[in-house]
Each structure stands twice: as structure tokens, then as C-alpha cells.
Design a binder for this molecule. Structure first.
Ligand SMILES: [Zn+2]
Length: 159
């Protein structure tokens, strides 16, 4: 499912992408396909849905904080974060990332810090904006935050 999210909930976008969901901002005149698209809106600010939007899946969230909203999204959409897909999208532009071996990253990006090159085994690159991603403290911190919020199961001995 491709999600389009209301402007009032834009602060959820990066976290939903971290969780592996395909999420882009909702554009006013964009034609949505009921078979593949679903709309996420916030109860206090319902979107002006065109008549053609009939049959479209609309997820209406009502909670107030980011952790509550993320959990409410999972409940209402019936989706669970897929560990295989988590951290698999560019946080900047939503494109699915492509895994690359460290040597290829080093060849494409000679400025890759030596420490990162020596310590990280898994790299990804966004084919759209060219940004490189790797597991590191940032990813670990985000995982921890998500489990502290109760969005992911509590971590058990995960580094
Ligand atoms: Zn990108």
C-alpha cells in the first residue's frame, strides 16, 4: 500500500519510512488509486476529499502525540513493521534503498570515513538522491526510541 499523509501529520513521515512504509505527503490535486493508495488524515483537520475519492482507504488518526499516532496507525492499518523492510527507504525521498558492499561504497564515495568503512558491513544507497546509509548509532538510537515508545517490541539484548 502507498500511503499519502495529510500536511498536519507531516512530522510522522520519517518515522513511518523508518518502519518501512511507503509514505509521501498528500498533494491537493493528486489522483489517488483506491487499489494501491491509502490516505492518512488527522481527525481535527479532515481533508477535502473529492467525490472521485470514493472507495479510497482513509485512515483517520485522532491521537495527539507522535508515539500514540504511530501505534494508532499500526492498529488502524492492520500493518506491522516488517524487520526486512525497516530502514529500507530513503528518509529524505522515500525511494527503496539498494544494498551495496563496502568496497563499492568506498569506490563511489572516496570521502567515506575510514572508521565507518572498517566497522560497517551493510551499506545502502538511495538511487534517487544518491545518499548513503549504514547501520550505526543513529539507527540503533531510532530502534531504541521506537521500542521505548512501544511501537516496536521491547529490545532483548539487541545491540
Ligand atoms: Zn533519496
Amino acid at each position: 500500500m502507498r500511503y499519502r499523509i495529510a500536511p498536519h501529520l507531516a512530522f510522522m513521515i520519517q518515522w513511518l519510512r523508518v518502519l518501512g512504509f511507503d509514505v509521501r505527503p498528500w498533494e491537493k490535486r493528486e489522483l489517488l488509486d483506491p487499489l494501491h493508495d491509502a490516505l492518512i488524515q488527522w481527525e481535527p483537520y479532515p481533508l477535502p476529499l473529492p467525490r472521485k475519492g470514493r472507495g479510497l482507504t482513509v485512515i483517520t488518526l485522532s491521537r495527539a502525540t507522535l508515539p500514540q499516532l504511530l501505534k494508532e496507525f499500526l492498529e488502524q492499518s492492520g500493518q506491522q513493521p516488517d524487520p526486512e523492510k525497516m530502514f529500507g527507504r530513503c528518509l529524505r525521498c522515500n525511494t527503496p534503498l539498494i544494498p551495496l558492499p563496502p568496497d563499492t561504497v568506498k569506490a563511489l564515495w572516496p570521502e567515506l570515513p575510514e572508521y565507518v568503512y572498517r566497522t560497517q558491513k551493510r551499506f545502502n544507497r538511495c538511487p534517487t538522491c544518491g545518499k548513503f546509509f549504514w547501520e550505526g548509532t543513529h539507527v540503533r538510537n531510532m530502534r531504541r526510541t521506537l521500542s521505548d515508545w512501544g511501537v516496536l517490541p521491547k529490545e532483548t539484548g539487541v545491540e
